[in-house]
Structure formats: structure tokens, C-alpha cells
Design a protein around this ligand. Structure first.
Ligand code: NAG
Ligand code: NAG
Length: 182
């Protein structure tokens, strides 16, 4: 806990230095499931138990470290977290609530606030998807993967598929990019 707070403080000081005015910012932690390679994102690392990259915590999720920083107030748009009602391995994050209308998702909350267009010191948060096959009796799911680093999947052309079978969908929103983990 002290470690998370120290990182947040560091981020705040760093961003103050470069002149960002909306505060405080929150870390968005990324996790990958060790068996299914599906992704989960949260500001609350306690739900898995680790923020340190490479450590595996609850529900067999391994930390991928801090993905980006999000605003904690409503100067941006809410970045909503939805979970597939049939399968908790599928998590969707979007600023567009229309996207889930008529789909089998449960709203799990807001993970932070981000921007529909580029603001000073923000970068695109790229969104990718991949079909994940489940074992017999369970419906296949769609994994949603988010990164500020276009080199991870290797392309940002909508509808094209890159590394690890992920297809680029577009920019989810614009976020603050502070990389502790690369
Ligand atoms: C973070 O998650 C822990 C464990 O589930 C929970 O006890 C705590 O209330 C959560 N904190 C926030 C700010 O959501
Ligand atoms: C939001 O989602 C709806 C349904 O998928 C889509 O028609 C619309 O274009 C989206 N809006 C934006 C701003 O992306």
C-alpha cells in the first residue's frame, strides 16, 4: 500500500513539474489472466493484491503494471468498466455507454476519467480485441486489450490484426502516460 501511494505521489510531482493542472491522477493497473490471457483493468490493485509487474494474485491474474494514468474528477469522460454477465473473464472499458445497449454486460463502475480528444500531455489509449475460445459448454468471449504503446500489437489500422492475434479497434480515449513499467 505504501508502495502504491509512493508511486502516485511520484506521478503527481512529475506531472506538476511538467504543468498538468487536473488532479489528482490515478494509476490504471493492468492484469492478464494466467490461463486464458484475458485482461482486467482497475485503479484498485487490492482487488488482485499486486501492482508489481509479473506478480500473480487473486483469481490467477498476473500484474502487467501501470498501463496509464487517469483523471479522478469529471473534467474528462467516465471510463466505464463492464463485465460479461456470463463470464467474468470478459471485461470491456469504454466511454461510450451506447456500445453495450442490448448486450449482456453488467456495469462494474468507473475506473477513472479520460478525454475524447488529445489534451496537453495525453496520449491515445489504443483498444484491441481478440476472440478467446472457452471449453465445451461455455460461450466464446472477446478479450479487450488496452495499451498506450502501439508497438505491443504492432499496428494501429482499424480492423487489422497484429501480434498475438489482436485486432485494432480504435482509440478508447486519451490518457496520461507515465511509464514506470517499461
Ligand atoms: C479496493 O478493493 C478492496 C478489496 O476488494 C476493497 O476492500 C476496497 O474497499 C477497495 N477500495 C476502493 C477505493 O474501491
Ligand atoms: C457509440 O456506440 C454506438 C453503438 O455502438 C455507435 O453507434 C456510436 O457511433 C458510438 N459513438 C462514438 C462517439 O463512438
Amino acid at each position: 500500500m505504501v508502495k502504491f501511494m509512493a508511486l502516485s505521489l511520484f506521478a503527481t510531482v512529475l506531472l506538476l513539474t511538467i504543468g498538468v493542472e487536473s488532479f489528482p491522477l490515478m494509476n490504471l493497473y493492468g492484469y492478464v489472466h494466467k490461463d486464458f490471457n484475458t485482461h482486467l483493468y482497475t485503479y484498485n490493485a487490492s482487488i488482485i493484491g499486486y501492482a508489481v509487474r509479473g506478480r500473480t494474485g487473486l483469481r490467477n491474474y498476473m500484474s502487467e503494471g501501470i498501463i496509464c494514468l487517469l483523471d479522478s474528477d469529471n473534467s474528462g469522460k467516465p471510463f466505464h468498466h463492464y463485465e460479461n454477465k456470463e463470464n467474468w473473464l470478459e471485461n470491456l472499458y469504454t466511454t461510450n455507454t451506447s456500445e453495450v445497449i442490448g448486450k449482456n454486460y453488467e456495469h462494474k463502475g468507473i475506473v477513472g476519467y479520460c478525454y475524447p480528444s488529445q489534451e496537453p500531455h495525453t496520449v491515445p489509449l489504443y483498444r484491441y480485441k481478440k476472440k478467446i475460445e472457452m471449453s465445451a459448454g461455455l460461450n466464446d468471449i472477446t478479450d479487450h486489450y488496452y495499451t498506450t504503446d502501439p508497438n505491443k500489437i504492432g499496428l494501429v489500422t482499424p480492423g487489422t490484426t497484429g501480434n498475438n492475434g489482436y485486432t485494432y479497434e480504435g482509440v478508447a480515449c486519451f490518457v496520461y502516460n507515465v511509464k514506470y513499467h517499461t
